[in-house]
Design a protein around this ligand. Sequence first.
Ligand code: SAH
Length: 335
Amino acid sequence: MDLALLEATLASAGQPRFRAKQVWEWAARGATGYEAMTNLPATLRERLAEAVPFSTLTPVHETQSRDGTLKVLFHTADGRPVEAVLMRYRDGRRSLCLSSQSGCPLTCTFCATGAMKFGRNLSAGEILDQALHFRRIEDVDHAVFMGMGEPLMNLEGVLAAARRLPDLGITHRRTTISTVGWLPGIERLISDPAPIRLALSLHAPDDALRSQIMPVNERYPLADVLAACRRWNERKKRRVFIEYVMLAGVNDRYEQALQLAELLGTDTFKVNLIPYNPTGTAYEGSSREAIDAFRAVLEEHGVPVTVRLTRGRDIDAACGQLAAARASVTCSRAC
Ligand code: SAH
């Protein structure tokens, strides 16, 4: 929902200020339309239904994985594709993977989103509407900004959306923003008081390799990014998550694990090794044995480490696979 448009419409209808809050509370609790908002006068509900679309996004395709993961492709009002994912875990956790941009201007070589055309930053409303879509289906309790785009290139939109997530049941401590290491954004997060979590997509233990697989490293080199993460950690007293996608023969060797352990130390970071999800690039994922061996080296050196549970790979909903492949298909059918 475009909350600015909502407020303007309510103001021009001469409504008191608390109306916007009432509407938002209904939406955040999973209402499916204005007609459900029984504490609003019926005439106002009708007026809102005409003037303020209930969502800024139109779902155009939905896919469910064997593991319960649900991926939805939306279109914005100007026809930009956006994907978001609901991950369902056995322990009952329900985690949303939200997009901050349509496409991504960065060109990480292993990621499908970077290979599609960059559209634009999403508004706070468009980010929230991804979350509200799933909230209407079931209760949700975690969110990660790990969908399409680089959240810290759209920090205003992302923070404005994140600030409202607690109303949907997702506290700041259960909200994580993931970045390639966009330095100005990390600096900005250091001074933001919300206890939102930070994740850094590192993927290489040295500048040469990192620049090769993530061109953004030329702009913001490793030492500067890690120094900013250390400042974030000092301020927030929380570990920074390190994402490290395991690419066979590229970044998964024994010496690289040692180098990574030395680079990170034991106190500030927690490493999350990510099995590579196929995206049609030339890379191959590390074997299970290689991942376990890499993990063991980090553990031996006292670096906290986990291996990410892959969700939704059979429907291209896993990390790095969001690319709106169906956008054109669905669109040409509809047209
Ligand atoms: N741009 C932000 C947010 C996207 S998060 C960032 O890069 O952090 C998506 C995560 O999935 C990132 O860690 C990304 O590097 C990782 N990823 C990209 N392609 C992948 C792939 N093919 N397999 C596994 N993880 C991948």
